[in-house]
Ligand binder design. Structure first.
Ligand SMILES: [Zn+2]
Length: 341
């Protein structure tokens, strides 16, 4: 491929896994690669692994590193997109890390951009998934926490301080359980996987019979993963069904609130559980949300759907951001992302 025709690499960097995709100008994934993050090995080791998954994705796509126009990493935390510095990524134990520069050095000076992992996933769904062609969309990503993003006028809404989209911390009950942010009753404190695990434990400790913790042990999972949840639901585990139903009710409230505030064309529900269960997860959320809508005209025009791109949403979205930034840079004199010589 001639340089300029547009091979870019998008990487989803999570606390446990990383996933790189080599993506062409149509958003098609030509090659992929995955690795464990293992943040306890320290930042230099993680950055080396990032470089390796990027190279492996390029190889899988039958290309060379010199064909790559840019790389973008979706980071689980706050980043400065201008300087390419990770401000803070608690899951990785990173603070003030010049990731763009360090990764670029390992990739023969390739341009490296950074963005937030949830934002890139939302952009991926908007550009190539369920949000294709829409002007307004909300993404709700349910994982260990609840992240989100808002698209208005076809673009990601950043807000006055660049802090928009923290929908997991919308309060659904000020007297509710404690959230990871220190406040009470956020959506995340009711309906994240972490909250579901807490609720399962509470019911089991109360004496309810459940196989969930046994399945988790058998699958050697340290936490309640989406595969454990799916297994328990498939087995008809009463505790898991009860906990899931409660989480879906809160997610329905959350989506109802978002629709009343923003009236989006699409709400996409992503994250591991939505990837695995699809409509089985989203259906009950939609039912609750519909009851909350103030405007009940054209209900079906508000589409509430499970992720279409699944675990490719973030890497493909990161690739989209890389392409976007290149476009911006072509019109700018200063290339702030270029590594220091
Ligand atoms: Zn919170």
């Amino acid at each position: 491929m001639k340089n300029g025709t547009g091979l870019v690499i998008g990487i989803d960097l999570g606390g446990t896994k990383m996933h790189a995709a080599a993506v062409d100008e149509h958003g098609h994934v030509l090659g992929e690669s995955r690795a464990k993050t293992q943040p306890s090995d320290g930042a230099p080791a993680v950055i080396e692994r990032l470089a390796q998954v990027a190279r492996d994705a390029v190889t899988a796509a039958n290309h060379r590193l010199s064909d790559v126009q840019a790389v973008c990493v979706g980071v689980p935390g706050g980043v400065n997109g201008e300087t390419g510095v990770v401000d803070r990524a608690p899951n990785l134990g990173w603070e003030n890390l010049p990731l763009a520069r360090d990764l670029s050095e390992q990739l023969e000076g390739a341009r490296v951009f950074l963005d937030n992992d949830v934002r890139v996933a939302v952009l991926g769904e908007h550009a190539y998934g369920v949000g294709r062609g829409t002007q307004s969309m909300v993404g709700v990503f349910v994982g260990t926490g609840i992240g989100g993003g808002i698209v208005v006028g076809g673009r990601l809404h950043l807000g006055g301080r660049g802090a928009a989209g923290e929908i997991g911390h919308m309060c659904l009950d000020p007297k509710g359980p404690r959230c990871s942010c220190g406040r009470r009753g956020c959506a995340e404190a009711f309906a994240s996987r972490t909250a579901m695990e807490r609720d399962v434990r509470a019911l089991v400790e109360r004496g309810d019979k459940s196989q969930v913790l046994k399945i988790r042990k058998k699958e050697k999972r340290p936490r309640l993963t989406s595969s454990v949840i799916a297994r328990a639901l498939a087995d008809g585990d009463k505790v898991m069904c009860k906990v899931m139903k409660r989480a879906q009710e809160y997610l329905g409230l959350l989506v109802g609130n978002l629709v009343n505030a923003l009236d989006p064309e699409v709400v996409v529900v992503g994250g591991g559980i939505a990837e695995r269960l699809g409509e089985g997860f989203v259906g009950p959320i939609r039912d609750v949300a519909y009851e909350r809508f103030l405007v009940d005209r054209d209900l079906q025009r508000v589409r509430i759907l499970a992720t279409e791109l699944k675990d490719q949403a973030a890497p493909v979205g990161a690739a989209f951001v890389a392409r976007q930034r290149l476009g911006v840079l072509h019109t700018r004199a200063a290339d702030v992302h270029k590594p220091a010589p």
